[in-house]
Design a protein around this ligand. Structure first.
Ligand code: ATR
Length: 285
């Protein structure tokens, strides 16, 4: 029964290099199973030198895939090679979701939507603040800046160890976004309602700096896009200092929703069982 479901329906992939760490097959597999839909979703590793060929096989149909997700290091090339990247991808210069429609390869980027959907679920009203502080200016911060700006926040402060990287993002994302060096952290946090860590500080149990969140507005929320560990040092400190926190796992789950809907035709729910499944997997590895 399961076998025929897999061979009959649409076939989707996640590609990266390496890709075996990806939890996307677990997420989409859970939805296929619980919704009882035909189809499959699997990890498909593609080396950088082969990526253009892989995209060509998607476009001419010889891969057999309906679409899929793209992760590091292929997101930029996926955007460049797509026939029809949407406006979100275009501004970011990177795509994480591909699908064939009317014979063309379409591309979008769902990371920002994943970020906002997670906050909407866990801390509704987060967008009522005028001011957000985004710590970090790497690849992962881009979609977050875009999403927060598109939600209408007027003052978005990007703080980064390397100021030039923050400045590049401020230039890219418009007048609401300003760049700062870490020395300005206390000042820009003053009265902000949202603090977002996008740096790798505290990831995988590594040490994180001592943070003073007290300048934030009372009722502010602190979130981290790092989700390994689930309770990062930043979140623990924010909690200890009396702030609401939202972990980053929901961003991973919610960013998967639009792709699933495109490939398999149903919009899935991010429910507690799915979250528990991924948490259990994280505990195993
Ligand atoms: P990603 O694409 O996952 O965001 P990245 O491009 O390597 O990864 O960015 C990592 C972010 O963490 C950057 O903002 C980086 O700051 P720099 O731009 O100055 O490199 C930040 N980061 C990493 N280690 C850091 C540290 N020890 N102190 C402060 N910031 C750090």
């Amino acid at each position: 029964m399961d076998d025929s479901r897999e061979t009959l329906g649409p076939k989707a992939f996640v590609t990266g290099f390496p890709v075996k760490h990806s939890r996307s097959p677990l997420i989409h597999g859970y939805w296929l199973k619980t919704l009882g839909l035909p189809g499959s979703y699997r990890a498909h590793e593609v080396a950088p030198a082969e990526f253009a060929g892989f995209i060509a096989s998607l476009k001419d149909g010889s891969s057999g895939f309906t679409g899929g997700n793209v992760t590091i290091p292929h997101k930029e090339l996926a955007y460049q090679l797509a026939d029809c990247p949407d406006a979100l991808s275009e501004e970011l210069g990177a795509s994480n979701t591909l699908w064939i429609e009317d014979g063309k390869l379409h591309a979008t980027n769902t990371d920002g939507r994943g970020f906002t959907a997670n906050l909407d679920e866990r801390h509704p009203g987060w967008d009522q603040t005028g001011t957000a502080v985004i710590f970090g200016a790497g690849g992962a911060s881009r979609a977050v800046i875009q999403a927060v700006r598109d939600r209408g926040l007027k003052n978005i402060h990007v703080v980064n160890r390397t100021l030039s990287r923050a400045q590049e993002l401020a230039d890219r994302f418009g007048a609401q976004v300003r760049a700062h060096a870490p020395e300005a952290l206390n000042e820009v946090m003053s009265g902000a309602g949202l603090f977002i860590n996008t740096t790798s500080l505290g990831m995988d149990g590594e040490a994180a700096p001592q943070m003073d969140f007290s300048p934030l507005a009372s009722g502010a929320v602190v979130t981290d896009i790092v989700y390994v560990p689930l309770r990062t040092p930043m979140l623990i400190q924010a909690e200890q200092q009396g702030f609401a926190t939202v972990d980053g796992l929901g961003m991973l789950l919610h960013q998967a929703v639009p792709g699933f809907a495109k490939w398999f035709g149903r919009t899935p729910d991010v429910d507690a069982e799915l979250r528990a499944l991924i948490v259990a997997d994280m505990e195993k590895h």
